[in-house]
Design a protein around this ligand. Sequence first.
Ligand SMILES: Cc1ncc(COP(=O)(O)OP(=O)(O)O)c(N)n1
Ligand SMILES: Cc1ncsc1CCOP(=O)(O)O
Ligand SMILES: [Mg+2]
Length: 210
Amino acid sequence: MNIKEYLKVYFIMGSNNCKGDPRVVLKEAIAGGITMFQFREKGEGALQGKEKYQLAYDLQQICKQHEVPFIVNDDVDLAIKLGADGIHIGQEDEKAYIVKEKAPHQLIGVSVHSIEELQQAIKDKADYVGMGPVFPTTTKTDTKAVQGTNLIQQARQQKIDFPIVGIGGITAENAEKVIQGGADGISIITAISLAMSPKQAAEQLLQAVK
Ligand SMILES: Cc1ncc(COP(=O)(O)OP(=O)(O)O)c(N)n1
Ligand SMILES: Cc1ncsc1CCOP(=O)(O)O
Ligand SMILES: [Mg+2]
């Protein structure tokens, strides 16, 4: 499968994004059709050390069993130690070209908030970019301003045919707008992790982007 296909319904989760066992939530989300998964263990109550490693390992095994790519957020050492399929980094994290040198065979995702940052990510040999927040979100408190689909549209108007995933406040109701704006897929945390049925939520999101 090509990267744009993997980006379709890109689920992100850490232990503090769900009420129950994240392993159960991930299995349900996979049953609902998510196309890629990011382990993002940060914020209040985030696991550290051995506990963080064990959870990452368990979630990676679940992904492997179902052939869903497993991406690690921020923690380049953990991604390399686990042999993850990829690493996602932001503008405040390690530079993309350095991560690419350290992990040449892993997918590199970069968060961007302008056309300049997008062009830099492309130069740095990133494999995809995350753009957002598209809609208001309470899941991440230190985000840049909400931008709607403006930046995604701008990139496409400039004929930049690079894999883009939208992130921030995305639900089954507004997902279609993100795709219509030009994104290849959607990244979601709470619309799946806190859903009564993560399976059903993933199914609805997949339907919305098809
Ligand atoms: C797919 C995707 N897009 C954007 C982000 C945000 O990354 P970043 O800006 O580094 O913020 P944190 O997630 O690290 O808090 C992401 N994680 N995934
Ligand atoms: C990690 C991240 N980066 C930009 S917004 C966001 C949080 C997305 O979470 P949700 O899908 O619950 O709004
Ligand atoms: Mg980051």
